[in-house]
Structure formats: C-alpha cells, structure tokens
Design a protein around this ligand. Structure first.
Ligand code: SF4
Length: 115
C-alpha cells in the first residue's frame, strides 16, 4: 500500500480560469514533527500572495481569515461564511466584493504584491 508523502501531487484544479497545483505537505514545523501526522493538501496563502481573476476578483480559500469587508454572521471567521464568497473547486473560490477588486486594492494598498 502506497503512503502519501510530502511533495506528492494532490490535485490540479482550474478555478475561474486559473490553474492551481495542490501538493501534500505541512503548514508548519509542528505538524511536520508530529509522529502520526500525515501530510495534507496545502493551499496557497492568498492573503500574502494575492492572485486575481482576469476581471480583478481576488481568489480566496474557504478557510481564509475574514477581511474588513466580511458580510455574514457575527462570530464566523472564514471566507466560506461570507456572502461575497463564490465557490470554485476544492477549497478555492473567489471574492465578489467590489471593494476588494484589484483596482480598488491598488488604490487602497499600493504595496500589495500580485503574483
Ligand atoms: S469580503 Fe471576500 S475576502 Fe473578505 S471575508 Fe468576504 S469573501 Fe473573504
């Protein structure tokens, strides 16, 4: 029986025109050091390294921390619970908030790095 190893390909998904290669791994050294911890699919850090659709909507993950434009119930902490979230494939989707579109972001935060 083959075991999943860090670095193995989990899936290649195309979400709103952008392709993401998702590999198994760990989010931090504590997880890696855990003796019984299997590697898990690693999703891109889209807060630190923003990516946008052609029309400027930011990609987000379902588990991403909410931003100041969150529209949902109090106490929720991830984009999945936001009414601006639009599901794509796996745990990746896009944010349809007009204030978070690339043009708005560039004027609000000139230092954001688009990959
Ligand atoms: S506005 Fe967009 S980025 Fe902010 S919490 Fe909602 S889905 Fe996430």
């Amino acid at each position: 029986m083959s075991r999943i190893r860090e670095g193995d390909l989990y899936r290649i998904v195309t979400v709103y025109g952008k392709t993401f290669e998702l590999y198994y791994g760990y989010y931090d050294e504590i997880e890696r050091a855990g003796k019984h911890t299997e590697p898990i699919p690693i999703y891109p850090d889209l807060i630190r390294y923003p990516l946008y659709t052609e029309d400027g909507s930011p990609f987000v993950t379902e588990m991403q921390d909410i931003c100041s434009h969150f529209l949902g119930r109090e106490g929720e902490e991830s984009c999945l619970a936001c009414r601006h979230f639009e599901k794509g494939d796996e745990l990746i989707g896009i944010c349809k908030c007009e204030k978070r579109k690339r043009d708005s972001q560039q004027s609000m935060c000139a230092s954001s790095k688009a990959v």
